[in-house]
Design a protein around this ligand. Sequence first.
Ligand code: URA
Length: 179
Amino acid sequence: MRPPADCMLCPLCSGRTSIVLPSGDPSSGIAFVGEAPGEFEDRQGKPFVGRSGKILDKIMAEEGLDRSKVMITNTVKCRPPKNRDPTKEEMAACRSFLDSELYGCRLVIGLGKSACRDLLGYEGKMGEIANKRMSITIGGKEVVFIPTYHPAACIYSKEARAGLRETIRTAREEIEAGN
Ligand code: URA
């Protein structure tokens, strides 16, 4: 189930140019979930094509993970004003769309605090949970969930960059193992 082109389930509809749907391979069973579209994503209608996307692409390339081999999406499909964090209400309004994207996945990776707030209800620091394997339920099915740092956090933090790199390596290994 996708949001309709005229979706008005939350106030983010008023400022959007595009509804940003997942990119990559939805049948891969591996999903990266970011926060929300930014300016470039809103303009191009694709997730992670701006500054954070360049960081994600670079680390994926360095770790030998082809971006087109996984699904990349966001908690909310429309850009929040001034790139503020999506609210709980906005994430809740978009949640059924995210659930249908993630249904049947074997590994879901949460990029940063909004994804972890939405999918785990976690409100703490990323450093406490990054790269710990967890389990979430999507449509009644258990799915492995790995929380990690958002690519934007890697601009100023070596720890975040190393953490995200480790997660991407794990995803590549999962693909290779065909798990
Ligand atoms: N671009 C996205 O698509 N998602 C983010 O979380 C950040 C930038």
